[in-house]
Design a protein around this ligand. Structure first.
Ligand SMILES: [Zn+2]
Length: 275
């Protein structure tokens, strides 16, 4: 499958793979560290209409059988079985759940982050413009994912995830390999003044000036990738251990689900990571 991507940068920080007609994305530093992970596209599945074709959401109105088949195909491509999945029901908060084998097949309600040190558990989070954050500590053997939309970002979800890896598993931030995954780019992400004010209040001015553009009409453009980079580096992640995506969901609406580009008529993408 030849896919025409509009790239937001030349970072070469998101790799495309394809297994049996199912494309998926990975991040070079996590790949080189040897951890099983991936991010879906909207191609290679069986769903139809606004869900075409790789919809990975059970609660947006798609047929359950289609979503089951989509998960089976993603699993075959990325390397997990459906019975290993632990799902999150994300609410734009910063709660992170430590999961175990007993959680496989279940939905973690009200959780925007999942974390485990057990093998054979595949953590799943869902997206359509919000920022996926992936974490792997090869020293302590811990994986985590967190969902960081603007609310999660203003509340430093990425830093909270690193701190939880440190407090629960004794991880050291400098050992953690991380990735900021496909999501909405600054050019596409216009926000209102009340949101901009929250970012101005939450972050140092020298950061704010590089991640926010004031368009002058009460509208602003927010670079969620840049803020999350600041947050992760501030948490102690090393720059050489961090991949920042070059793919915007809204710039590539034929290839990725975008809430903004579809005006909400859409399925969900998903991020996966497993020890
Ligand atoms: Zn864009």
């Amino acid at each position: 499958m030849k896919l025409e991507w509009k790239k937001a940068s030349n970072a070469q920080s998101t790799r495309l793979h394809e297994v049996e007609g199912v494309p998926f994305l990975t991040f070079p530093k996590l790949e080189e560290a040897g951890v099983t992970h991936g991010f879906s596209t909207r191609l290679g599945g069986v769903s139809e209409g606004i869900f075409a074709s790789m919809n990975l959401s059970y609660n947006r109105g798609d047929e359950k059988a289609s979503v089951d088949e989509n998960y089976r195909r993603m699993g075959k491509a990325i390397g997990f079985t459906p019975d290993q999945l632990v799902f999150s029901n994300q609410v734009h908060d910063t709660k992170i759940k430590i999961v175990t084998k007993e959680d496989c097949g279940k939905v973690m309600t009200g959780m925007d982050g999942l974390m485990t040190d057990e093998k054979g558990i595949c953590l799943v989070t869902s997206y359509a413009d919000c920022v996926p954050l992936f974490f792997y500590d090869p020293v302590k053997g811990v994986v985590a994912v967190s969902h960081s939309g603007w609310k999660g970002t203003v509340n430093r979800m990425g830093k909270k995830t690193v701190e939880k890896m440190e407090s629960v598993y004794g991880s050291k931030a400098e050992d953690i390999i991380a990735a900021i995954g496909p999501s909405i780019c600054q050019k596409c992400y216009e926000i209102s003044e009340d949101v901009a004010i929250q970012f101005a209040d939450a972050f140092p001015e020298e950061w704010y000036d590089t991640f926010m553009v004031d368009k002058g009409n009460g509208k602003y453009q927010l670079d969620l990738w840049k803020v999350n980079e600041y947050i992760l580096l501030d948490a102690g992640i090393l720059k050489e251990h961090l991949d920042i995506t070059d793919l915007c969901t809204c710039c590539n609406p034929e290839l990725l689900f975008s809430h903004r580009a579809s005006k909400g008529k859409r399925g969900n993408l998903a991020g996966f990571i497993r020890l």
